[in-house]
Design a protein around this ligand. Sequence first.
Ligand SMILES: Cc1cc2nc3c(=O)[nH]c(=O)nc-3n(C[C@H](O)[C@H](O)[C@H](O)COP(=O)(O)O)c2cc1C
Ligand code: SF4
Length: 550
Amino acid sequence: MSENLSELLGRKGLESNFFDELGNLARPDGTPDNEEMARLADAFLVGKANAYGTASFYDFLKPENKGKRVYVCNGTACECAGTQPAVLEKLKSEFKPEEIGHMTCLGRCHENAAFHFRGKNYSGNAITSLGKIVQDPNSIALDRYHVEASEKAILTEPFSDLNTFYAPWKKVLESNPEAVLEEIKTSNLRGRGGAGFPIGLKLEFCKKAQSAVKFIICNADEGDPGAYSDRYLLEQQPHSVLFGMLVSGFVTGAHHGILYIRAEYPEAVTISQDAIDELNNSGLAGKNILGSGYDFEFKIIQAQGSYICGEETALINSIEGQRPEVRVRPPYPAQKGLFNKPTVVNNVETLAALHFIMRQGGGAWKEIGTEKSSGTKLVCLDSYFNRPGVYEVVMGTPMTHVVEQLGGGFRSPVKALQIGGPLGGVVPIEKLDTLTLDFESFASGGFLLGHASVVSIPEDYPMIRYIQHLFDFAAYESCGKCFPCRLGTQRGYEMATKAIDGGYTIDRELFNDLLTTLTEGSLCAHGGGIPLPVKNIMQYFNAELKSYFN
Ligand SMILES: Cc1cc2nc3c(=O)[nH]c(=O)nc-3n(C[C@H](O)[C@H](O)[C@H](O)COP(=O)(O)O)c2cc1C
Ligand code: SF4
């Protein structure tokens, strides 16, 4: 990535953002007009090719998207539930085929049959009221799902009121960054976005970096099919997330906070913006907060449809308006991130956990859960459970408790669960009783906790089709920066497709070579991570797959 481009695109600060402007230009038509895009490029002193290179990357900016009016969810949970062919058929009664696009995923995994129309998401039996929706998109209310804490309600504790909730923020402002950082480090809170990196260390790196300008980014690009816990927090607990960003800013000396929220969550954008306005109006954010001399300004950037933008360096490129390819590390974002300035990127849920730590102390968080995986974790259960929803679970809880007691078991037979998104492991049902919900148990079992979304793979869903679906997703979402992933995910998809179509058996040695190349040669955890679920499937469902391999 070009450092000069980062400087040029950052010249106007956050008030006038190139990527935001591209999104605005695309709104009327689904893609920016070429002449308007050229004018925008001129205004930022970048080339037209840079603007086109960016716009052509995203689902909701690229020219192929022109004229799309409605989008069908093609995420894994909707795919496994088999609801989408009927949704598509029904949509064709109101829209021309060329007006129908796809989105992955709308985070409606608890009831499926999901689609998006005019900036709103619908799921469950909403499709049966399609005519009404087309007349009035507000005719159907927000979706509902179970929200429950298995023991301790921390992230799911109902919001009190602004004054009570922000009392710990007043204490933080009277304290000092060093003391606040110590409290966070004591908690041993680990990132909830997938990698499990301690937030305290990341904040410390950024705090030490010398720069008058620093950024706090909330990664709200929750693209893992099966996950909707970040959506829950943004829509129902937005102040927890904003609180975490304020505290992170205070610790590091950053004065700008950006929420990068996926376009597939339109309601999360408006609800979070309302919460930001509330904070600014009450003096809890903005300039000279509560007379402390500390400033912190929030800004929401709406993403434009790309899974890889959840990867933190692709996300930074995205906000800058560059093509969102993954960056080579080092330098790490905490040293050189957005517009070349020190930047901390954290997941929504990680940030939301800071409220409890500021209120009760880092030691109180550390006491919950296991030694290495402290605190609670949100888990999303899909529509195959009798009680789908978002559950707050103490780290270390047996998975059988999550599935049977919280989820109420399955409504129809399920043979495996993919836990932790498309890069997470595929756990056969008979292995569930060997796992507890924490980073270590999953890693030692050969799986990955990730963001802890749960997608059920029903008994009658062919595993070869699941492999095909995984590679299809990985190939479509690859940023294309490195060969192993750009070519390898496509080859994996082709092999699975040919095997399904018949007359072709996959050479096991060649396939294993492909998986090794992806694991060892990929630049980031996208290409590097996709072999894990595929290997799990090959190990545990060998008998089912036998006829497809030589
Ligand atoms: C392909 C890919 C997609 C990712 N998507 C997300 C995402 O949607 N949300 C997220 O918080 N982290 C995502 N991550 C992880 C981020 O790169 C980063 O580790 C995370 O935002 C850091 O926050 P945390 O430490 O609070 O977890 C993704 C990583 C990869 C490789
Ligand atoms: S592994 Fe895939 S997504 Fe990651 S940098 Fe390489 S091409 Fe991009």
